[in-house]
Design a protein around this ligand. Structure first.
Ligand SMILES: [Zn+2]
Ligand SMILES: [Zn+2]
Length: 503
């Protein structure tokens, strides 16, 4: 009997996948067809097809809308792109059951970029400058990436921002990446300010806070957390640098790896409760399930407990804060942002992010265009030299370029028909290049026409541009022509007269 049990155990052990990722179901197959998203409208359309496979093809500015958290069950590949200036002030419509440490159930709502992730994969998505602020009367979990996850995998994602939850119910949590649930995290990072305030003084809250996940059972490998947490609780506190409470919470899942993670920061909290537990640890706050592979987690973490239960704990320490605002401009490879800093206590946060930007120089001609051939031109960054645009372009007569040699032509001749003649330009041209014909044109022949000898005829009052180019396209020129009345005759005035030469 013992032997049989032992061999069964061995078989079971053997069946567990290597590397400790036991939630194999959560690792979706690589999709073949992707729906590409390059703007906010594309992102909003995810809500209409939450089972789809999405690929971000650009960074997207989320400023100016209150993002409605969306449920998701597909594959979302951020491809390293960034959603910046995300603002969330509400919970999603989805309700899921969450459980506390005694497996007591709560119908719960969620907030985050995603409300709930179920059998979903989210990969290489960056969220920068996010602000989440929810004040609610329902049991609630929030996280900047998602409020809830189940059998879902989050790989190579990062969040940076602030998540604040004021709650009037019992079950509540704030996570950096995700609020509640089960799944996998690999190579993720969270640089977060997390604030929880319990406004329910009637019953003791079940409160959770963690840099990666507030409460649940997950594999967490190779993740980095920078946490600044504030937690005012009249109930039970479960706080951890990575996970507030590590527990399966009645879900049919396994997880066994919490390793190679780095945690920096602090959580300030109070637990106003005669039955005091005050869980607050650098990695896992309360370990009700114990991960098998639990090692190489490095932390520099401060557990800051206070006993003054009347003063809500907030990152801003001053009664009368005074904020200074400074703008850091983006560079070729760094983001720009606005920094708000309190002069008195030093509390600061950043928002209003700008994506990295090159400084484009002038067009450089790689191959010049003529009337029969397209040319190729490039723009480089004047700071780092990187090629910004390379494109083909078609020949266009140049815009007027005014030289220093201003020739105001007064000595014009009358034609038989109307007004004046002007010969000067054609003669000047031929003097410079005697070979080849010149092709003349007028932008508005109703004001001034030009014949193929370069004779300009003023026809009616107004201003137009007369152009020429050589047949071989190697040189060309423009001048502005103004036609108006004089005492005696139509006068044609050519002013700002300049020729642009191409070789
Ligand atoms: Zn201050
Ligand atoms: Zn540059």
């Amino acid at each position: 009997m013992m032997k049989k049990l032992l061999s069964l155990l061995l078989v079971l052990l053997f069946l567990l996948p290597a590397g400790g990722v036991a939630l194999a179901e959560s690792a979706a197959q690589e999709p073949e067809d992707w729906i590409e998203i390059s703007d906010l409208d594309g992102l909003l359309a995810v809500a209409d097809d939450p089972d789809g496979n999405y690929l971000l093809t650009a960074d997207i500015d989320m400023a100016g809308i209150d993002w409605k958290p969306i449920p998701f069950r597909g594959f979302f590949d951020g491809a390293g792109h960034t959603l910046y200036n995300l603002q969330i002030g509400t919970v999603g419509e989805e309700v899921r059951v969450t459980r506390d440490g005694n497996l007591k159930s709560y119908d719960t709502v969620f907030s985050g970029f995603f409300s709930v992730l179920e059998n979903a994969t989210v990969r290489d998505l960056q969220i920068v400058g996010a602000t989440l602020a929810v004040d609610g009367t329902d049991h609630c979990f929030v996280g900047l990436l998602a409020g809830y996850m189940y059998r879902s995998s989050i790989q190579g994602c990062s969040v940076q921002g602030r998540a604040w939850l004021i709650n009037h119910a019992v079950q509540s949590g704030v996570g950096g990446l995700v609020g509640y649930g089960a799944g996998d995290f690999g190579y993720c990072s969270a640089d977060v300010e997390l604030v929880f305030e319990d406004r329910n003084l009637e019953s003791r809250c079940e409160q959770f806070m963690g840099g990666i996940l507030a409460c649940g059972l997950v594999n967490i490998e190779d993740c980095k957390v920078q946490i600044d947490g504030y937690d005012s609780c009249h109930g039970y506190v479960h706080n951890g640098g990575l996970v507030g409470m590590y527990y399966y919470c009645g879900m049919d899942v396994h997880a066994q790896s919490v390793r190679r993670n780095e945690i920096r920061g602090q959580i300030s909290f109070f637990e106003d409760n005669p039955d005091r537990r005050a869980y607050c640890e650098p990695t896992l706050g309360e370990e009700m399930s114990v991960p098998g592979n639990y090692y190489s987690n490095e932390s520099e973490f401060e557990r800051n407990e206070t006993r003054d239960y009347d003063k809500v704990l907030l990152p801003e320490q001053c009664e009368e804060p005074e904020y200074h605002t400074t703008l850091t401009s983006p560079t070729c490879d760094t983001w720009g942002y606005v920094l708000h800093e309190c002069k008195n206590c030093g509390y600061h946060w950043t928002d209003t992010y700008f994506p990295p930007q090159h400084t484009p120089g002038d067009w450089e001609i790689v191959e010049s265009a003529d009337e029969t051939h397209e040319g190729v031109r490039e723009k480089h960054c004047t700071v780092c030299g990187e090629l910004i645009v390379r494109e083909s372009y078609s020949y266009e007569p140049p815009e007027p370029v005014y030289s220093e040699e201003i020739v105001a032509v007064q000595g014009v001749e009358s034609t038989e028909t109307l007004g004046v003649l002007f010969h000067g330009s054609a003669q000047a041209m031929r003097a410079k290049d005697a070979t080849g014909l010149l092709i003349w044109s007028s932008d508005d022949p109703a004001i001034a026409s030009v014949d193929q000898n370069g004779t300009i005829h003023g026809l009616s009052r107004g201003q137009t541009t007369v152009r020429y180019s050589s047949e071989d396209g190697l040189y060309s020129g423009v001048c502005t022509v103004t036609v108006y009345y004089s005492f005696w005759q139509w006068l044609l005035i050519v002013f700002f007269f300049g020729w642009l030469w191409y070789v």
